[in-house]
Design a protein around this ligand. Sequence first.
Ligand SMILES: [Zn+2]
Length: 175
Amino acid sequence: MDKLSPEQRHKNMAAIHSKNTKPEIIVRRYLFAHGFRFRLNHPRLPGHPDIVLRKYATCVFVNGCFWHGHDGCSAYRIPKTNTDFWTRKINRNKTRDAKTIHQLTALGWNCITIWECQLKPAIRQQTLNSLQQTLLQIYLHKTQPETSLLHLEPQPQKPFYNFDDTESVHLAAEE
Ligand SMILES: [Zn+2]
């Protein structure tokens, strides 16, 4: 891997960083199969969260361990070449992630981050089960979420949320 030129590496990483990455699909499929409905990459929320569950006032981020700098994770190792470049880049990503979560929290959203390494086959089921449990806990305990979600109310003429249609399109596209 370290034999790649910075340009090649950047190209590879950009491809890995694209939308609809596999870990995200694992989470989406699980949630959908368990009856959760959500919106993807919400354009009007800070950070365009990967998965937005409005009913649960929750944004779920599925983070690649390298790109988002998962501290203490074996998948997060800054390459030995172009070390400064990668260190700066990943630190910028981490700062941006923290800011996004801060903004969303201030708007009344719960934020859940799932790391790619938590979706490895051996612990995947455990991770997804605890995600489901967390969402159900949030739902049981949330009070008056609408007051903090008013900025997301549908426009009068055009329904903003259309979970079923968008989701079936996305699922069909993944097959
Ligand atoms: Zn990790």
